[in-house]
Design a binder for this molecule. Sequence first.
Ligand SMILES: CC(C)(COP(=O)(O)OP(=O)(O)OC[C@H]1O[C@@H](n2cnc3c(N)ncnc32)[C@H](O)[C@@H]1OP(=O)(O)O)[C@@H](O)C(=O)NCCC(=O)NCCS
Length: 165
Amino acid sequence: MHATPYHLRLADGGDIPEIAAMSRCLIEVGLRGWTWHPARVARALQARDTCVLAAEAGGQLAGFAISEFGDTRAHLSLLAVKPVHQRRGIGLAMIEWLCESALTAGIDHFTVEMRANNFAARSFYESLGFRRQQYIAGYYQNIEAAIRMRRDLRQPAAREIRNFS
Ligand SMILES: CC(C)(COP(=O)(O)OP(=O)(O)OC[C@H]1O[C@@H](n2cnc3c(N)ncnc32)[C@H](O)[C@@H]1OP(=O)(O)O)[C@@H](O)C(=O)NCCC(=O)NCCS
């Protein structure tokens, strides 16, 4: 059986409810409250320094990423792929798209935080050239620790990984 082809595009207003729901179910699961609610996703869509990227498969949202672009640093705020579409290279494609865009914008590194016990995400980012930078106790609501990871966009190693993928 062939997997449904996917493509990347910029998210729009019609994606807001599903991005917020995916944030709640796939990223904020187990935390108190809902911080990436629809109004916050809508603000991200309107912010000039923020890119909201969507991956679409079969006419449906398969994944998304929200990233902020600064002068020298880009920060990945959220990234998720629906379970049925995972391990098909969609997360990798979104990260590469964002890293290429950041590099073009003159940015030299990308950072991301994730729950310290999210070993799947840690393996994912490590496979893409991100390296552990910091352990931050209590980062999530003073309950859970985070790992901050960083990818240097101008390092040869990162370039080789991009060219290889
Ligand atoms: C992390 C996540 C975005 C990865 O997306 P994905 O589209 O499935 O990832 P890819 O198919 O592009 O994987 C690329 C590589 O990353 C690594 N990887 C991905 N998922 C992994 C997992 N669950 N366990 C170990 N390694 C993994 C593998 O090396 C993989 O290559 P391979 O499939 O050829 O072995 C996805 O699992 C997800 O949405 N998780 C829930 C939300 C989350 O934790 N987000 C990140 C924190 S904000």
